[in-house]
Design a protein around this ligand. Structure first.
Ligand SMILES: Cc1ncc(COP(=O)(O)O)c(C=O)c1O
Length: 411
Protein backbone atom coordinates (compact mmCIF):
# COMPACT_ATOMS: atom_id res chain seq x y z
CA UNK A 1 0.00 0.00 0.00
CA UNK A 2 1.27 3.49 -0.81
CA UNK A 3 2.14 5.68 2.16
CA UNK A 4 2.40 8.88 0.11
CA UNK A 5 -0.13 10.72 2.23
CA UNK A 6 1.61 9.89 5.51
CA UNK A 7 4.25 12.02 7.19
CA UNK A 8 7.84 10.88 6.90
CA UNK A 9 8.66 12.08 10.38
CA UNK A 10 8.16 8.65 11.91
CA UNK A 11 11.43 6.68 11.89
CA UNK A 12 10.71 3.13 10.76
CA UNK A 13 11.89 -0.11 12.37
CA UNK A 14 10.25 -2.21 9.61
CA UNK A 15 8.24 -1.63 6.43
CA UNK A 16 5.58 -4.12 7.52
CA UNK A 17 1.92 -3.28 7.18
CA UNK A 18 0.02 -5.10 9.88
CA UNK A 19 -3.54 -6.37 9.54
CA UNK A 20 -4.00 -8.09 12.90
CA UNK A 21 -2.23 -9.07 16.09
CA UNK A 22 -2.66 -11.83 18.62
CA UNK A 23 -0.49 -12.45 21.67
CA UNK A 24 3.17 -12.14 20.65
CA UNK A 25 2.39 -12.29 16.91
CA UNK A 26 1.32 -9.87 14.20
CA UNK A 27 0.05 -10.81 10.74
CA UNK A 28 0.73 -8.52 7.80
CA UNK A 29 -1.69 -7.58 5.03
CA UNK A 30 0.16 -10.04 2.80
CA UNK A 31 -0.50 -12.82 5.31
CA UNK A 32 2.99 -13.25 6.83
CA UNK A 33 3.30 -13.81 10.58
CA UNK A 34 5.97 -12.10 12.67
CA UNK A 35 7.02 -12.65 16.26
CA UNK A 36 6.84 -9.17 17.78
CA UNK A 37 9.60 -8.76 20.35
CA UNK A 38 9.23 -4.98 20.14
CA UNK A 39 5.96 -5.31 22.06
CA UNK A 40 4.87 -2.08 20.36
CA UNK A 41 7.84 -0.45 22.19
CA UNK A 42 7.11 -2.08 25.55
CA UNK A 43 3.38 -1.37 25.35
CA UNK A 44 1.58 -4.65 24.67
CA UNK A 45 1.96 -5.90 28.23
CA UNK A 46 -0.83 -8.46 27.86
CA UNK A 47 0.04 -9.21 24.23
CA UNK A 48 -1.74 -8.01 21.12
CA UNK A 49 -5.51 -7.92 21.55
CA UNK A 50 -5.81 -9.86 24.79
CA UNK A 51 -9.47 -11.01 24.84
CA UNK A 52 -10.08 -9.74 28.38
CA UNK A 53 -8.81 -6.27 27.43
CA UNK A 54 -10.54 -6.03 24.03
CA UNK A 55 -13.84 -7.10 25.61
CA UNK A 56 -13.51 -4.43 28.31
CA UNK A 57 -12.85 -1.78 25.64
CA UNK A 58 -15.72 -2.99 23.43
CA UNK A 59 -18.17 -3.18 26.35
CA UNK A 60 -17.18 0.30 27.47
CA UNK A 61 -17.55 1.67 23.92
CA UNK A 62 -21.16 0.49 23.98
CA UNK A 63 -21.78 2.52 27.17
CA UNK A 64 -19.92 5.74 26.25
CA UNK A 65 -16.68 6.60 24.47
CA UNK A 66 -15.90 9.94 26.06
CA UNK A 67 -16.72 11.47 29.43
CA UNK A 68 -14.83 14.73 29.77
CA UNK A 69 -13.15 14.89 33.17
CA UNK A 70 -13.81 18.60 33.77
CA UNK A 71 -17.46 18.30 32.87
CA UNK A 72 -18.22 15.19 34.92
CA UNK A 73 -16.50 12.13 36.32
CA UNK A 74 -17.42 8.60 35.28
CA UNK A 75 -17.77 5.33 37.10
CA UNK A 76 -14.35 3.86 36.24
CA UNK A 77 -12.12 6.80 37.21
CA UNK A 78 -12.14 6.28 40.97
CA UNK A 79 -12.07 2.44 40.82
CA UNK A 80 -8.96 2.63 38.63
CA UNK A 81 -7.32 5.16 40.98
CA UNK A 82 -8.11 2.92 43.97
CA UNK A 83 -6.58 -0.08 42.20
CA UNK A 84 -3.47 1.91 41.19
CA UNK A 85 -3.09 3.07 44.80
CA UNK A 86 -3.04 -0.59 45.93
CA UNK A 87 -0.35 -1.45 43.39
CA UNK A 88 1.83 1.67 43.62
CA UNK A 89 4.87 2.26 45.83
CA UNK A 90 4.08 3.20 49.46
CA UNK A 91 2.37 6.55 49.90
CA UNK A 92 1.35 7.01 46.24
CA UNK A 93 -2.41 7.33 46.61
CA UNK A 94 -3.63 10.10 44.28
CA UNK A 95 -3.83 9.92 40.48
CA UNK A 96 -4.11 12.22 37.47
CA UNK A 97 -4.77 10.77 34.01
CA UNK A 98 -3.59 11.70 30.52
CA UNK A 99 -3.01 9.88 27.24
CA UNK A 100 0.72 9.45 26.66
CA UNK A 101 4.05 9.20 28.44
CA UNK A 102 5.27 12.66 27.45
CA UNK A 103 2.10 14.25 28.79
CA UNK A 104 2.68 12.53 32.11
CA UNK A 105 6.34 13.54 32.47
CA UNK A 106 5.23 17.10 31.63
CA UNK A 107 2.49 16.85 34.24
CA UNK A 108 5.01 15.58 36.80
CA UNK A 109 7.22 18.61 36.23
CA UNK A 110 4.27 21.00 36.45
CA UNK A 111 3.18 19.42 39.74
CA UNK A 112 6.72 19.45 41.14
CA UNK A 113 7.19 23.14 40.34
CA UNK A 114 3.89 24.12 41.88
CA UNK A 115 4.18 21.89 44.94
CA UNK A 116 7.70 23.11 45.80
CA UNK A 117 7.63 26.66 44.41
CA UNK A 118 11.04 25.91 42.86
CA UNK A 119 11.91 26.34 39.15
CA UNK A 120 14.57 23.74 38.21
CA UNK A 121 14.65 20.04 37.35
CA UNK A 122 17.58 17.61 37.37
CA UNK A 123 17.66 14.83 34.76
CA UNK A 124 20.24 12.13 34.04
CA UNK A 125 22.50 11.66 31.04
CA UNK A 126 21.04 9.08 28.67
CA UNK A 127 17.41 9.51 29.74
CA UNK A 128 14.32 9.67 27.57
CA UNK A 129 11.20 11.42 28.82
CA UNK A 130 9.24 12.12 25.62
CA UNK A 131 8.96 14.41 22.61
CA UNK A 132 7.08 17.52 23.69
CA UNK A 133 9.26 20.59 24.24
CA UNK A 134 9.66 20.12 28.00
CA UNK A 135 10.16 16.36 27.62
CA UNK A 136 12.68 16.90 24.78
CA UNK A 137 14.60 19.31 26.96
CA UNK A 138 14.77 16.58 29.62
CA UNK A 139 15.87 13.94 27.08
CA UNK A 140 19.54 13.17 26.38
CA UNK A 141 19.42 9.62 25.02
CA UNK A 142 20.08 10.69 21.37
CA UNK A 143 20.69 14.03 19.68
CA UNK A 144 18.06 13.38 16.98
CA UNK A 145 15.32 13.85 19.57
CA UNK A 146 16.42 17.44 20.24
CA UNK A 147 18.22 18.57 17.07
CA UNK A 148 16.69 21.53 15.29
CA UNK A 149 14.05 22.10 17.96
CA UNK A 150 15.78 24.80 19.97
CA UNK A 151 15.05 26.84 21.92
CA UNK A 152 13.98 24.24 24.46
CA UNK A 153 12.62 25.12 27.91
CA UNK A 154 15.27 26.16 30.40
CA UNK A 155 15.82 25.20 34.03
CA UNK A 156 16.84 21.62 33.23
CA UNK A 157 20.23 20.37 34.42
CA UNK A 158 21.86 17.11 33.40
CA UNK A 159 23.55 14.92 36.01
CA UNK A 160 25.97 12.13 35.05
CA UNK A 161 24.81 8.51 35.01
CA UNK A 162 27.13 5.66 36.05
CA UNK A 163 28.73 3.71 33.21
CA UNK A 164 27.61 0.15 33.90
CA UNK A 165 30.12 -1.26 31.43
CA UNK A 166 33.08 -0.01 33.44
CA UNK A 167 35.21 -2.57 35.31
CA UNK A 168 34.53 -0.85 38.61
CA UNK A 169 30.83 0.05 38.59
CA UNK A 170 30.88 1.26 42.21
CA UNK A 171 33.61 3.77 41.30
CA UNK A 172 31.28 4.90 38.51
CA UNK A 173 28.44 5.31 41.02
CA UNK A 174 30.73 7.46 43.18
CA UNK A 175 31.73 9.53 40.13
CA UNK A 176 28.10 10.11 39.12
CA UNK A 177 27.10 11.05 42.68
CA UNK A 178 30.00 13.51 42.86
CA UNK A 179 28.74 15.05 39.63
CA UNK A 180 25.24 15.29 41.08
CA UNK A 181 26.57 16.98 44.22
CA UNK A 182 28.58 19.39 42.12
CA UNK A 183 25.44 20.32 40.20
CA UNK A 184 23.78 21.21 43.52
CA UNK A 185 26.71 23.30 44.73
CA UNK A 186 27.64 25.05 41.51
CA UNK A 187 24.69 25.11 39.10
CA UNK A 188 21.22 24.64 40.63
CA UNK A 189 20.95 25.14 44.38
CA UNK A 190 18.67 22.71 46.22
CA UNK A 191 16.44 25.64 47.15
CA UNK A 192 15.90 26.19 43.41
CA UNK A 193 15.54 22.53 42.47
CA UNK A 194 11.97 21.23 42.40
CA UNK A 195 12.67 17.63 41.44
CA UNK A 196 14.90 14.96 40.10
CA UNK A 197 13.35 12.80 37.34
CA UNK A 198 14.88 9.41 36.60
CA UNK A 199 14.06 6.14 34.86
CA UNK A 200 14.87 3.29 37.29
CA UNK A 201 15.97 1.42 34.18
CA UNK A 202 17.10 3.65 31.31
CA UNK A 203 14.84 2.66 28.40
CA UNK A 204 15.64 4.41 25.13
CA UNK A 205 19.09 5.02 26.67
CA UNK A 206 19.93 1.33 26.31
CA UNK A 207 18.12 -0.78 28.93
CA UNK A 208 20.45 0.05 31.79
CA UNK A 209 19.24 -0.66 35.33
CA UNK A 210 20.55 1.79 37.91
CA UNK A 211 23.51 0.13 39.66
CA UNK A 212 23.32 -0.81 43.34
CA UNK A 213 23.10 2.15 45.69
CA UNK A 214 22.78 4.86 43.05
CA UNK A 215 19.04 5.54 43.26
CA UNK A 216 19.13 5.20 47.04
CA UNK A 217 21.82 7.89 47.28
CA UNK A 218 19.93 10.19 44.90
CA UNK A 219 16.75 9.64 46.93
CA UNK A 220 18.62 10.42 50.16
CA UNK A 221 19.77 13.74 48.70
CA UNK A 222 16.21 14.48 47.54
CA UNK A 223 14.79 13.89 51.02
CA UNK A 224 17.61 15.91 52.62
CA UNK A 225 16.97 18.95 50.40
CA UNK A 226 13.20 18.78 49.88
CA UNK A 227 13.57 17.97 46.18
CA UNK A 228 10.95 15.59 44.81
CA UNK A 229 11.94 12.19 43.42
CA UNK A 230 10.05 11.49 40.19
CA UNK A 231 10.27 7.90 38.94
CA UNK A 232 9.62 7.79 35.19
CA UNK A 233 8.14 4.30 34.91
CA UNK A 234 6.60 4.91 31.50
CA UNK A 235 8.63 2.08 29.96
CA UNK A 236 9.66 0.07 33.04
CA UNK A 237 6.29 -0.05 34.83
CA UNK A 238 3.41 -2.54 34.83
CA UNK A 239 5.34 -5.75 35.25
CA UNK A 240 8.01 -5.15 32.59
CA UNK A 241 10.86 -5.79 35.05
CA UNK A 242 9.17 -8.67 36.88
CA UNK A 243 7.68 -6.40 39.57
CA UNK A 244 4.73 -4.07 39.09
CA UNK A 245 7.11 -1.09 39.14
CA UNK A 246 10.86 -1.17 38.55
CA UNK A 247 11.39 1.16 41.52
CA UNK A 248 10.42 -1.79 43.77
CA UNK A 249 13.82 -3.32 42.97
CA UNK A 250 15.38 -0.41 44.88
CA UNK A 251 15.08 0.98 48.40
CA UNK A 252 13.60 4.29 47.31
CA UNK A 253 10.39 6.21 48.06
CA UNK A 254 9.32 8.18 44.99
CA UNK A 255 7.13 11.26 45.40
CA UNK A 256 5.71 11.03 41.89
CA UNK A 257 5.43 8.02 39.58
CA UNK A 258 4.90 8.43 35.80
CA UNK A 259 2.94 5.56 34.25
CA UNK A 260 1.96 4.85 30.61
CA UNK A 261 2.71 2.27 27.88
CA UNK A 262 1.94 -1.13 29.50
CA UNK A 263 -0.80 0.31 31.74
CA UNK A 264 -3.58 -0.25 29.19
CA UNK A 265 -2.12 -2.83 26.77
CA UNK A 266 -1.87 -0.29 23.94
CA UNK A 267 -4.95 1.86 24.46
CA UNK A 268 -3.46 5.38 24.77
CA UNK A 269 -3.54 6.04 28.50
CA UNK A 270 -1.19 7.40 31.13
CA UNK A 271 -1.29 8.21 34.82
CA UNK A 272 0.63 10.29 37.31
CA UNK A 273 0.67 8.94 40.85
CA UNK A 274 1.58 11.09 43.83
CA UNK A 275 0.83 11.65 47.50
CA UNK A 276 -2.40 13.40 48.46
CA UNK A 277 -0.53 16.18 50.29
CA UNK A 278 1.47 17.04 47.15
CA UNK A 279 -1.59 16.92 44.92
CA UNK A 280 -3.28 19.33 47.36
CA UNK A 281 -0.63 21.90 46.39
CA UNK A 282 -1.55 21.62 42.68
CA UNK A 283 -3.93 24.51 42.09
CA UNK A 284 -7.24 23.32 40.67
CA UNK A 285 -7.49 24.24 36.99
CA UNK A 286 -3.75 24.71 36.52
CA UNK A 287 -3.52 21.42 34.65
CA UNK A 288 -5.90 19.16 32.77
CA UNK A 289 -6.63 17.98 29.23
CA UNK A 290 -9.59 17.06 27.06
CA UNK A 291 -9.18 13.28 26.99
CA UNK A 292 -7.45 12.41 30.28
CA UNK A 293 -9.30 9.63 32.12
CA UNK A 294 -10.97 8.44 28.93
CA UNK A 295 -13.49 5.72 29.88
CA UNK A 296 -12.22 3.19 27.32
CA UNK A 297 -8.69 3.84 28.58
CA UNK A 298 -9.81 3.29 32.17
CA UNK A 299 -11.59 0.08 31.14
CA UNK A 300 -8.47 -1.10 29.26
CA UNK A 301 -6.26 -0.27 32.27
CA UNK A 302 -8.53 -2.06 34.76
CA UNK A 303 -8.69 -5.13 32.52
CA UNK A 304 -4.91 -5.04 31.94
CA UNK A 305 -4.29 -4.87 35.68
CA UNK A 306 -6.59 -7.87 36.21
CA UNK A 307 -4.46 -9.86 33.77
CA UNK A 308 -1.14 -8.66 35.24
CA UNK A 309 -2.17 -9.48 38.81
CA UNK A 310 -3.61 -12.95 38.06
CA UNK A 311 -1.95 -15.84 39.87
CA UNK A 312 1.31 -16.87 38.25
CA UNK A 313 1.48 -13.94 35.81
CA UNK A 314 4.53 -12.23 37.30
CA UNK A 315 6.22 -15.61 37.82
CA UNK A 316 5.98 -16.12 34.03
CA UNK A 317 7.56 -12.70 33.43
CA UNK A 318 10.50 -13.62 35.64
CA UNK A 319 10.86 -17.15 34.24
CA UNK A 320 10.70 -15.99 30.63
CA UNK A 321 13.09 -13.15 31.44
CA UNK A 322 15.59 -15.62 32.89
CA UNK A 323 15.13 -17.94 29.91
CA UNK A 324 15.85 -15.16 27.43
CA UNK A 325 18.75 -13.69 29.41
CA UNK A 326 20.33 -17.13 29.96
CA UNK A 327 19.90 -17.90 26.27
CA UNK A 328 21.59 -14.63 25.32
CA UNK A 329 24.46 -15.34 27.72
CA UNK A 330 24.91 -18.76 26.12
CA UNK A 331 25.06 -17.08 22.71
CA UNK A 332 27.59 -14.62 24.15
CA UNK A 333 29.89 -17.55 24.99
CA UNK A 334 30.11 -18.39 21.27
CA UNK A 335 29.91 -14.91 19.79
CA UNK A 336 32.40 -12.22 20.80
CA UNK A 337 30.14 -9.69 19.07
CA UNK A 338 27.91 -9.69 22.19
CA UNK A 339 29.81 -7.67 24.77
CA UNK A 340 27.19 -7.47 27.54
CA UNK A 341 23.75 -8.88 28.39
CA UNK A 342 21.58 -6.79 30.73
CA UNK A 343 18.30 -8.06 32.09
CA UNK A 344 15.65 -7.16 34.62
CA UNK A 345 12.49 -9.23 34.12
CA UNK A 346 11.54 -8.90 30.46
CA UNK A 347 13.45 -5.64 29.96
CA UNK A 348 16.44 -7.23 28.27
CA UNK A 349 19.35 -5.92 26.22
CA UNK A 350 22.21 -7.48 24.32
CA UNK A 351 25.00 -4.98 23.78
CA UNK A 352 27.02 -5.52 20.59
CA UNK A 353 30.45 -4.27 19.60
CA UNK A 354 29.42 -2.13 16.62
CA UNK A 355 26.31 -0.34 15.36
CA UNK A 356 26.75 -1.87 11.89
CA UNK A 357 26.64 -5.38 13.36
CA UNK A 358 23.62 -4.56 15.53
CA UNK A 359 21.71 -3.22 12.57
CA UNK A 360 22.69 -6.24 10.41
CA UNK A 361 21.36 -8.53 13.11
CA UNK A 362 18.06 -6.65 13.42
CA UNK A 363 17.61 -6.90 9.61
CA UNK A 364 18.55 -10.58 9.50
CA UNK A 365 16.18 -11.47 12.35
CA UNK A 366 13.36 -9.71 10.52
CA UNK A 367 14.12 -11.07 7.04
CA UNK A 368 15.08 -14.64 7.86
CA UNK A 369 13.50 -15.26 11.25
CA UNK A 370 10.30 -13.19 11.02
CA UNK A 371 11.36 -11.73 14.36
CA UNK A 372 10.81 -8.03 15.12
CA UNK A 373 13.44 -6.47 17.39
CA UNK A 374 14.67 -2.92 18.00
CA UNK A 375 17.81 -1.15 19.03
CA UNK A 376 18.28 1.39 21.82
CA UNK A 377 20.96 3.81 22.96
CA UNK A 378 22.83 6.64 21.25
CA UNK A 379 25.55 4.38 19.85
CA UNK A 380 23.05 2.03 18.17
CA UNK A 381 24.84 -0.99 19.67
CA UNK A 382 22.08 -2.22 21.98
CA UNK A 383 19.54 -4.76 20.81
CA UNK A 384 16.58 -4.61 23.17
CA UNK A 385 13.92 -7.21 23.77
CA UNK A 386 10.54 -6.19 25.14
CA UNK A 387 8.18 -9.01 24.20
CA UNK A 388 4.65 -9.09 25.59
CA UNK A 389 4.70 -10.19 29.23
CA UNK A 390 2.52 -13.11 28.13
CA UNK A 391 5.34 -14.47 25.95
CA UNK A 392 5.69 -18.25 26.02
CA UNK A 393 8.73 -20.46 26.47
CA UNK A 394 8.38 -21.68 22.85
CA UNK A 395 8.36 -18.11 21.57
CA UNK A 396 11.56 -17.29 23.48
CA UNK A 397 13.14 -20.41 21.96
CA UNK A 398 12.11 -19.29 18.45
CA UNK A 399 13.58 -15.81 19.04
CA UNK A 400 16.87 -17.18 20.36
CA UNK A 401 17.18 -19.51 17.36
CA UNK A 402 16.60 -16.58 14.97
CA UNK A 403 19.23 -14.55 16.79
CA UNK A 404 21.72 -17.42 16.79
CA UNK A 405 21.30 -17.77 13.02
CA UNK A 406 21.70 -14.01 12.57
CA UNK A 407 24.90 -14.06 14.64
CA UNK A 408 26.34 -16.78 12.41
CA UNK A 409 25.17 -15.43 9.06
CA UNK A 410 25.05 -11.66 9.48
CA UNK A 411 27.57 -10.79 12.16
C1 LIG B 1 10.79 6.44 30.05
C2 LIG B 1 9.90 7.11 29.05
N1 LIG B 1 9.29 8.26 29.38
C3 LIG B 1 8.47 8.90 28.53
C4 LIG B 1 8.23 8.37 27.28
C5 LIG B 1 7.30 9.10 26.33
O1 LIG B 1 6.14 8.36 26.15
P1 LIG B 1 5.17 8.64 24.91
O2 LIG B 1 5.89 8.19 23.69
O3 LIG B 1 3.94 7.84 25.22
O4 LIG B 1 4.90 10.10 24.91
C6 LIG B 1 8.83 7.18 26.89
C7 LIG B 1 8.61 6.61 25.55
O5 LIG B 1 9.32 5.76 25.06
C8 LIG B 1 9.70 6.52 27.80
O6 LIG B 1 10.31 5.38 27.48
Amino acid sequence: MSTDNLSHVWFKVTDLEVASGEGSWVTTTSGDRYLDFSGGIAVTSTGHSHPHVTKAIADQAQRFVHAQANVYTHDLMQPLAARLAELSPAGIDTFFYANSGAEITEAAVKLAKQATGRPNIIVFQGSFHGRTHQAMAMTTSKTVYRAGHAPLPSGIFIAPYPNVRADDVQAEVARALAGFDELLTSVTAPSETAAVIIEPVLGEGGYVAAPAGFLEEIDRRCKQHGMLFIADEVQSGFGRTGKMFAIEHFDVQPDIVCMAKGIASGFPFSALGTRRELDDKWPTGSHGGTYGGNPMGCAAALATIEVLTADGFMANVNERGRQLADGLRRLQEHHDAIVQVRALGLMIAAQFDTAARTSAIVSHCLREGNLITMTAGAAGTTLRFMPPLTVTSEEITIALAALDKALVEAA
